[in-house]
Ligand binder design. Structure first.
Ligand code: HEM
Length: 165
């Protein structure tokens, strides 16, 4: 923890961190771009989750839909990560001690873990259920958890703004 605090102190005092915290327009501009990217991330993930749950896109195979949509998700995630890190750099020590921020990071981790388990276990035999509208239980659970985690990430992300000023 002390190492994390010194890292955050260093980060706030970098030219980038100081520029964003000192400017009137930089933070809201970067935050708007952050929101643009996160909407694309969560929206495209929801398309796949709803297919796994058998709610939407039932006429398309799971693998085809994933292959079409997920490259967009990854591109937008890179954008959300970069803009998120820039926002973080402006008030790093504040965010470090902010509980909605911490919960948001934990939820991002859980969403990633859920995705890894799905990808390396459940998705391995996708050829057996690719075209079925009703997917295996494990796939439906992964889809439901993913939706829950991502909605919660958005909720806690917004919550940060009610607590750090
Ligand atoms: C795709 C994943 C992410 C989602 C869904 C997400 C969601 C959000 C949301 C909804 C907001 C509030 C926007 C607003 O109030 O207008 C926000 C703000 C913010 N996010 Fe993210 N975020 C993501 C990734 C990240 C990452 C990886 C970081 C850090 C490296 C980060 C750091 C921040 C910071 C510092 C703020 C500003 C909080 C404030 O002071 O209001 N975000 N995010």
């Amino acid at each position: 923890m002390p190492m994390l605090v010194s890292f955050c102190e260093w980060l706030e005092n970098t030219p980038v961190g100081m520029f964003i915290s000192g400017s009137t327009w930089a933070f809201p501009t970067i935050e708007s771009i952050h929101v643009f990217f996160l909407v694309v991330v969560v929206g495209t993930i929801a398309i796949v989750d709803l297919r796994l749950l058998g709610v939407a896109s039932r006429n398309r195979s799971v693998s085809q839909l994933s292959n079409d949509v997920l490259p967009i998700t990854w591109g937008a995630f890179l954008g959300a990560l970069t803009t998120g890190a820039l926002l973080f750099s402006s008030k790093a020590t504040h965010y470090l001690g902010n509980w909605p921020f911490r919960i948001k990071m934990l939820l991002l981790l859980l969403a990633g873990l859920n995705m890894l388990i799905f990808h390396f276990l459940t998705y391995r035999d996708v050829h057996k259920w690719d075209d079925r509208s009703i997917t295996p239980g494990a796939a439906r659970i992964a889809g439901a958890l993913s939706l829950l985690f991502w909605i919660a990430v958005v909720g806690f992300g917004r919550w940060i703004g009610f607590t750090v000023r």
